[in-house]
Design a protein around this ligand. Structure first.
Ligand SMILES: Nc1nc2c(ncn2[C@@H]2O[C@H](COP(=O)(O)OP(=O)(O)OP(=O)(O)O)[C@@H](O)[C@H]2O)c(=O)[nH]1
Ligand SMILES: [Mg+2]
Length: 377
């Protein structure tokens, strides 16, 4: 799946920069094209891989290149006034070759948080390709302004794009680690999971084409009526097999392979999701098993697919493989779409509603009615 990625604000731009670095490192044809947009000139200058002409500074007359200081209403206003600059750059980027757009931002700040829904909305207005978002939620201890910004931004974002993949910074923090090191680790985690998802169906050499290819349309169908989405990942080191083992010990090895795949898939959904959530409340899912071709047992993938199908709320589960000739790991990415129960999102919205009206909202309120009580951007 070829993706035109637009990183907004500092967090979004850094993740977009990393997508480009990973993409250009591999010898496969390019999967990601990336733009960075910010109101802070120093953050744009700090990027390493996105070319100068694809770094866009907004709001120069208003904030003089210094950012909007976590004021996401200002971020949204500047983006609305100057969105043509972004759209104009995109129109020169071979959009006809792209399968989807991906907008990325930290929802707790000002520029990215305000701009992300504005940019998504205009992309949807102009193009037929789906628009997906990655929204990074602040850790709980980052402060009330970040929580409020995230709630407002999410309310605007959900109806502006096809699906919102959320990431909870708080879920990945380790005690004693610097914030910067934590961000780098989280960004790598995002790029790894989405990179596998998008690269799996791309055409490569014949030996690297899977038996069960997951192409762009499978991802698009999984994310259709997406709502809140999350992504799980797990891997297991494997011993590479020589020709002798593959030919003479085939049966014995196959049994082990299928159960390994099932166990890695279970660990991926029960382990650390980008947004911690009840995986059983998902409406659709997509499984990708990546690893050495001889490990990608078709029956194992089928078994894992059937298990997830009977476990989640919905019934649509797609699955496929992604052969990696040099890898010594079997890795698994699981995309969960239309998640109904994400405690972090609910508690964030409840906190904002409580501060606004002065009383704790009723516990049985669902996401939609909580969002209804949040101020608009
Ligand atoms: N995962 C991750 N989160 C980040 C990173 N940088 C900032 N954040 C988070 O993103 C939120 C702040 O967003 P920023 O991107 O810094 O803000 P901005 O969009 O540049 O907006 P202003 O600086 O207010 O103009 C906070 O919740 C941070 O925790 C990063 O590199 N990775
Ligand atoms: Mg900034």
């Amino acid at each position: 799946m070829k993706v035109l990625t637009i990183g907004l604000g500092q967090a979004g731009s850094k993740v977009a920069d990393l997508f480009l670095m990973e993409d250009r490192k591999s010898h496969a044809p390019h999967t990601f094209e990336c733009l960075a947009v910010n109101t802070a000139i120093s953050d744009l200058m700090g990027l390493q891989y996105i070319p100068q002409e694809d770094r866009i500074l907004l709001g120069e007359t208003e904030v003089k290149g210094h950012g909007v200081g976590a004021d996401n209403k200002k971020g949204a206003k500047i983006a609305e006034e100057e969105v043509e600059i972004i759209l104009n750059r995109i129109s020169h980027m071979n959009v006809s070759k792209m399968d989807a757009f991906l907008v990325i931002a930290g929802l707790g700040g000002g520029t990215g948080s305000g701009a992300i829904s504005v940019v998504a909305k205009h992309l949807k207005r102009i193009y037929d390709e789906p628009v997906y978002a990655i929204g990074i939620l602040p850790a709980e201890n980052e402060g009330d302004i970040y929580t409020l910004n995230s709630a407002r931004s999410l309310k605007a974002l959900l109806p502006s794009c096809d699906a919102v993949i959320l990431v909870d910074n708080g879920a990945f923090l380790r005690s004693g680690e610097s914030v910067r090191a934590a961000y780098d680790r989280i960004n790598e985690e995002i790029v790894k999971r989405i990179g596998i998802l998008c690269r799996a169906g791309e055409t490569r050499s014949r030996r690297q084409v899977g038996e069960m290819v997951v192409d762009a349309s499978e991802i698009i169908n999984t994310l259709r009526d997406g709502g809140v989405c999350s992504i799980g990942y797990a891997s297991e080191k494997v011993k590479r097999e020589g020709l002798f083992t593959r030919v003479f010990k085939k049966k014995q090895y196959e049994i082990g392979k299928a159960s390994r795949i099932l166990s890695v898939v279970k660990r991926a959904v029960k382990g650390r999701l980008l947004l911690p959530a009840d995986y059983r409340s998902a409406n659709k899912a997509l499984i990708i098993i990546a690893g050495p071709p001889e490990q990608l047992d078709r029956k194992g993938i089928e078994k894992a697919r059937e298990w997830l199908e009977t476990t989640i709320t919905g019934t649509e589960v797609r699955g496929g493989d992604y052969p990696l000739l040099k890898s010594s790991y079997v890795g698994c990415v699981v995309l969960l779409a239309g998640i109904g129960n994400a405690p972090r999102v609910k508690s964030m919205l409840e906190k904002v509603v409580q501060e606004k009206v002065g009383v704790e909202p009723q516990k049985e309120k669902d996401l939609e009615s909580l969002l209804g009580d949040i101020d608009t951007l």
